[in-house]
Design a binder for this molecule. Sequence first.
Ligand code: NAP
Length: 410
Amino acid sequence: MIGTLPPVGEVPARMLAQVVRQSRFGDPRTAFQIEEIDTPKPGRKEVLIAVMAAGVNFNNVWAARGVPVDVIAQRQRAGHPQDFHVGGSDASGIVYAVGDGVSHVKVGEKVIVHPGWWDPEDPWVKSGRDAMIGPSARIWGYDANFNYGSFSQFCLAQEHQVLPKAEHLTWEEAAASTLVGCTAYRMLSGWAGNELKEGDVVLIWGGSGGLGSQAIQLVRQGGGIPVAVVSSAERGEYCKSLGAVGWIDRRDYKHWGMPPHWDDAEGQKQWLSEARRFGKAIWDAVGKRQNPAIVFEHPGEQTVPTSMFVCEEGGMVVICAGTSGYSAVVDVRYLWTRQKRFQGSHGTNDQQAIAYNNLVREGKIDPCVGRVIPFEQLPQAHWEMGEGLIPPGNTVALVGAPEPGLGRGS
Ligand code: NAP
């Protein structure tokens, strides 16, 4: 039963999970359904965790819709026969079993899981390079070649993904922010030459969302000056409570999406005037004429042209998603003459995940739980997220935890 657990180390043969099937792809409210499935067994260097709480991320909106990637078909092409998907890329829980070769993680430990997944035999990974760039790198609980994410009573992770849970956090707090926090950490510090520096202005799209709420805090921690973009005053004030120096309401501007073609002089004039007005709003928030050294991008098509325009000379627009569409256009004049950088970023490697988790364990980063929901409401929560209706912060579902507020201590 959801909300209960067998004694530590006793693994039941079957478990309940929120399952997505190809025949149900589309609206997350119907794509996910609770089913009873076999409990997986940990293989070599794998860890089986009883999930206490599971964080909601945008990636399983995509998984439920079946776009842009059919994760089940992709997994099957890679030789994994199962015809269903159990998502969920954020977990807090208790280790119930370990596979051969696991040496750092023990049964009974309270843990969280980071989402960087790769084939340990991948020659790229074995060579010691950034594992998240290797050809086998995937996101656990989304497109990993591996099916048991946190939307189930037991999840399966690779040993290197399993990190100690912050002792001062409840189960739901500990499950809230690892995916978005590690991703934000990599975006802000992982790209040599454009790492966050003290005094840098950082423009953060979707400041009150999962990624944005973590990015604001990480920029503050690094001595930077975060400016948030939001779509309501309530969200803006939430960003300020996390450390943003100011916020901009994107509803006050009309130039989103693809700018007019460069030889459309009148269209370009109007676009530039709106983009400059937006740039001035950044200066007003900062209190001086300083452009962002880093623009923290994920909306994509609607915002990339503006991000590239307002970024300072030699600065970086770093992007990890295209929530509003993928056909983002860059006016290359601004890219080359001002020598800006447009950098893709995805997931996390172990070092970045450990560094982020340590900030959480030291109490320096708030996981920003927006709300806690029962396991049964995961489909509805994903639908709301896809429609932009989710409240500020991170949404977390209780799985093994019978009620909120439990799990503190070692
Ligand atoms: P979220 O909690 O839903 O927040 C996204 C925020 O983006 C919203 O709060 C919204 O804020 C803003 N937004 C939505 N549409 C926009 C538009 N057209 N223009 C400007 N802003 C817009 O989602 P999240 O967890 O932060 O994730 C955001 C995206 O990043 C998703 O597509 C997700 O899949 C992706 N992601 C990728 C990785 C990776 O490793 N590659 C990791 C994490 C997340 P306002 O309405 O207040 O502006």
